[in-house]
Each structure stands twice: as C-alpha cells, then as structure tokens.
Design a binder for this molecule. Sequence first.
Ligand SMILES: [Zn+2]
Length: 153
Amino acid sequence: MDSTDLGALGPYDQFDGLAPLHARERGMPRLHPYGPVGPGRAVTPGGGRLTLESDAVHHRVTLDHLGCEAQTTEEKNAAFRRIARGAEAHCLLAGCTHPARHADDNVYRLFEVPLGALEPTAFVRMILAVELGDFGPGEKFARAAETVINSDR
Ligand SMILES: [Zn+2]
C-alpha cells in the first residue's frame, strides 16, 4: 500500500494500481463480487466507489474510479457506455422522458435503470464484471433492451 499526501484532499492510500482511497473511504463497506448489493456507498472489487440509491422510478448507481487508469481504458469505457445505453433503452420501454444520464466517458459514471427492469444486485454485478474485464453480461443486457425497442419499430 502506498500513501500519497495530496494536500487538502489527502492523504490517499493506493493499493496495487487500484483507485486510491481517501482515509475517510477506507472504512466504507466492500462489495463482494457475488454478494447482495444494498443502498448506500461502498468500495467495489475493482477499487471504485459505488453508490446505489432508489426512488419511486429508478435505481440510480454512481461509480467513480478517480485516479485509476486500469478502470478507464477505452475498452472499459465502451462497456460502461453500453450498459448505460441498455439502461436508457429500459427507460424508453418504461415510458421515461428524461434526457440521457450517461453522456460521456469519465472517471465518474452514472447509471439509471427503471424499477422492475433489473434487480439492483444484478445491475451492479454487470458493472462489477466490467471492472474485472468481463463484458458479456453488460452486452447481453444492452442487446436485450435494444432488441425489444427495435422490434417495436
Ligand atoms: Zn428513466
């Protein structure tokens, strides 16, 4: 573990190339790749900070990999983008009219999926799979929603 003092922001601890965690974040719960996901903020197996919230219409997931180049590669950005678009397709199917939530590739990502489209644990697990380099579940999710939309046209 490497500790870096970043002035007013620091100190941050970095472990083996993962996203550095602030001292306040080290006590956050860790998500298990196969475990259930509940509301709140947690550290992902890929070193990200993930927040799950739900309102009357959506489950909302935010994820950031601040300072972690391994989680912001072109390949992973594309996979995260596909999941976000798949979620938007589910929004269209649910009759949502809000603008797209995932506009560009960034270390800070936002996903919204309508209630009933997918359980939060399953949705988060797709995201965790991308962190670990498995793009299959996210691709399958995105294709399924797009197939339904395209068959309506
Ligand atoms: Zn929506």
